[in-house]
Design a protein around this ligand. Sequence first.
Ligand SMILES: C[S@@+](CC[C@H](N)C(=O)[O-])C[C@H]1O[C@@H](n2cnc3c(N)ncnc32)[C@H](O)[C@@H]1O
Length: 290
Amino acid sequence: MIVIVALIVGAALLIVALAWWLLIKSEGVYLGRGVVIWLYDVYARRYDNIKQYDPYGEEHYLARPVLKRLLPVTAPLVLDVATGTGRLPLALLEQPNFQGRVIGVDLSRRMLTVAAEKLTPHRDRAVLMHVPAEKLPFPDNTFDLVTCLEALEFMMDQWAVLREMARVLRPGGLMVLTNRQGRDVRYMPGHIISHPEFERRLRQEIGLSHVYIQPWQIDYRLVWGIKIGQSRPTGPRLLPEVWRCATCGEMQMIESTAGSENGSGAWRCAACGARIMTGADGVIEGLRAT
Ligand SMILES: C[S@@+](CC[C@H](N)C(=O)[O-])C[C@H]1O[C@@H](n2cnc3c(N)ncnc32)[C@H](O)[C@@H]1O
């Protein structure tokens, strides 16, 4: 009897430990992209409270250093991959000397809703799209700055995402990333690599130069790199000038006028007729072309 009880308790503890590792410590990354995104959907409303980003830190350790490295470009076109609740767009758009535009993409629809609420005062210069990091709906060599903060380790194939990010970054453009460190790294084998190895692969596989990894937060280092080559800055273009239709690949998206009663609207591809809705919160429903 005692043996059976011990076995049952042991099995229960094992299941709890496994669930804790798979769902909490590694945030679903070994269970697939759907689980990762589902967890962010579940936590979206609590995300900012958990992270406790403080505005002073965001300004001094994120926005200002980024803007300094972008100089002399003061009006860049920015893409923030896995934007979450809009941390990077907000930090940049709140800087008086930032005159650019930001597109934020994420797969968690609820994280984007929170981002949309926070970015309401900046709607004229911020766009949020519900699309995956693995397939960005933009042409090659487009953005002056491409960022991805605190998210690469949750991707199924972060090197495929980095190649996709480098594709849409213009030659001479700036990439800003994070690389995870700290105690929790041991819970995510295969998803986090050492800083020297990260730097080597960014240079050799992604085609970045001037790669520089600096101390930043307890759990992350900040990573800078420049896409090899040179090109003129793209500048703060409007969305239709850089948005490639996911159905036919053409760049002919037109905003349809009438929205529905709840404030949502729609875009239509003039080339193939595909329609993409905009949610009542202003987020472009990039996953659902009709
Ligand atoms: C820890 S949050 C980081 C959010 C934000 N960059 C920040 O620094 O606060 C990770 C984000 O990555 C997003 N994400 C994970 N995998 C993704 C994918 N394949 N495509 C797009 N977004 C993804 C999640 O939905 C989540 O919003």
